[in-house]
Design a protein around this ligand. Sequence first.
Ligand SMILES: [Zn+2]
Length: 323
Amino acid sequence: MLNMSRRHLVIGAGLATAFGLNSRLAIVGPVWAQPAPEAGKGVYKYKVGSVEVTALYDGVWKKPHDPAFIKNASIEDTKAALAKADMTTEYMPIPLTVIVLKVGDRLIMVDSGSGVGQWQPTAVSLPSNMQAAGIDPAKIGTILISHFHPDHIFGLMEKGSNAPIYPNAELVVNATEYKWWTEPGRVEKLPEARKALGTRIQTVFPTWKNFTLVEGEKEVAPGIRLVNAPGHTPGHSAFLVESGGKQLMISNDTAYVPALLAPHPEWQGAYDQDGPLAVETRRKLIDRIIADKIAVCGAHFPFPGTGTFAKDGAGYTFTPVNA
Ligand SMILES: [Zn+2]
């Protein structure tokens, strides 16, 4: 809806400042809806207090429309939501962005991207964008993991050998997530489409010694706290960054693709392992973000993956910030 985009253009920059995103950010026009940046432009830096955030674009899954994608909406409904957000309706665009935080002299990455050649042929850009950003992967000391779905953990493992790509980094994950996936007998209980994932997790992760399991909403790095956000997976987690009076909620997959789930937070994705709980968590987290004026980023938001939410009737509007 064009008038909606224009309204966002007008209020966007002010909102970004109001929500604590330091203004190296600028809002630009309807390109906000594009799922992919131009070649060579998949790096975007901004600050939250003294924390430097670098958004790195991994790529996009151009998912064919599928009636099972959202349990309580039709393909026509999802196409209408995409069109309303000025996005293509040719396919379901699911972009993927990974962020790296510089906290003091520490480099902390959130999730690992989807791994080259392991998820989608159109999502292989994390290594090249990391290089373009001047980030040496060997210097990443901590990786905060939101959950164990392929697009978030396959980048931890080499294709084929499963060798660790970050053997010296501390891998921080919610204990609930780790225990659920590695529980004996879990693979047999998974739906057919998830069995290969479960087998890979159970084969590889218990052999690694660099996992730190977090119980409860603890501080996981200086100024960064784990926030329980279950539903998408049992131990799915967000991370709240706080610095200099500014806050950023790294929401990971809580709001998934906001073109769909901002106006329809009640939609249950096939990818949400517990649909009703995912809806409850989504509303709770977005309500908190709005009440506390917290900036937000998400793994599947349009690149650079950050913006703000506002209340809109029974749902929300998402105003992205664009490079
Ligand atoms: Zn995801």
